[in-house]
Write a protein that binds this ligand. Sequence first.
Ligand code: FAD
Ligand code: 2HG
Ligand code: ZN
Length: 472
Amino acid sequence: MTANHPLLATLRAIVGDANVLTEGDLSAWELDWRKRERGHALAVVRPASTDEVAQVIKACAAAGVSMVPQGGNTGMVVGSTPDASGTQVVLSLTRMHRIRKLDAANLTVTVDAGCVLQSIQEACEAQGFLFPLSLAAEGSCTIGGNLGTNAGGTQVVRYGNTRELCLGLEVVTAQGDVWNGLTGLRKDNTGYDLRHLFIGSEGTLGVITGAVMKLYPMPAAQLTAFAAVPSLDAAVALLGLAHKHLHAGLTGFEVMGQFALSLVVKHFPQQRVPFWQESPYCVVMEASDNETEAHARAVFERLLEAAMEQGCVTDAVVAENMAQAKALWHIRESIPLAQAQEGLNIKHDISIAVSSIPEFVRQTDAALEAAFPGARLVNYGHLGDGNLHYNVQAPAGDDAEAFLRDQEKPINALVYDAVDRFGGSISAEHGIGSLKRDKLEAHKSPIALGLMRSIKQALDPHNLMNPGRVLR
Ligand code: FAD
Ligand code: 2HG
Ligand code: ZN
């Protein structure tokens, strides 16, 4: 295929010449965030409305050209970039960034899929509402990508994943038809709930163009604590205490291993990281309170006193103000960036029952250390959700690319076999994309895979929507 492909003239007529990109540096769309793979697109197409998306899909379908839906291109599993063939169209949604409607009484906001997550948070906050989806990529990821991956983030312990926050979708199907499911209803039992098919489908079933998302009143006060814990068992005990003392007021609970924090210290020396040298793990914890800040502090202090008495916290700081709270959260959110600075790495976004996490880590750390001496284990994540980022960095000084080439497969096998033994999931957050497609085959039940293939076949019989992602 070339820049003269006959489809290009049709696409230009739909979205305008300036929004069909074929030349120059297209890295922003063709290279994934982790720099694992560089693809090559026939064109990057940037529609500005649902109608334009529908026309683009119809044109591509008529030409038999496959499409890769893309939002902020922050995905972790090589799912939003084209393959290397030069035959695929990247369908970028970022020109669709309108907040369509905020319904205060219904506690919902209706948005275009290309809205950057942070812009939704800010627009809602300006009107006194909390949109609680929160992740370190929020300045560049889009709500369409969040829905496409069913993103998690740091508030799931209270508000759930993106799926739980979504009340309705607008989707352009693989045939170019527009399904308007933007009802915003909290109860609707009229047959299959189609929205749940598209959420987490990673662009393989259709293109999400709009969504109705749930809002919450802004809490009266939010407090953040950073605590040193002597072990993962202690972190789990602290989580239990936090649930008991804070109930629904517990809105964040993240764990960070010592090596993960050392990478933040190394690559972002301007950040002040408390306790990291004296403790194998630290926890960042958030409480939201509907009464007053004084009430929130009193509850938080009782919790920390109980935790110190029981020995599950050895030291703690509670942020005095919003700026300090942000700085503490920033430490946690900087870990993936520090890992990227350190070099290519192997990521495992696994989940297992919270109660099993300490034993899983004990056994798997020991097995990895024995089999891959020198490999550096970067363990952190959403302990409140039973979701660890159980990552592996090449031994210090080694060529990371060579390490991944030679050791990624056996390391993945070791970790995912352990996840299976503990009854967990090989992906709690980032999804499958193309990086974990073979792992899905190996770790998901054949019945579940068969049902997934039937759904794909029914919705996208010509395999034009993000082919080769999730399923072979
Ligand atoms: P993209 O990367 O563009 O696409 C992701 C997938 O969704 C692709 O398969 C794509 O085809 C599909 N897609 C995109 N838009 C649409 C659409 N409109 N319709 C249908 N399919 C679509 N993830 C978490 O879950 N939790 C975290 O805490 C978290 N933290 C992160 C921190 C950093 C620093 C980074 C870089 C990433 C993080 N991620 C996290 C991963 C990533 O940001 C999320 O998965 C995010 O939801 C992706 O959004 P995006 O707009 O960048 O999507
Ligand atoms: C996070 O929780 C993200 O910070 C990224 O999901 C995790 O980079 C990672 O492994
Ligand atoms: Zn995460």
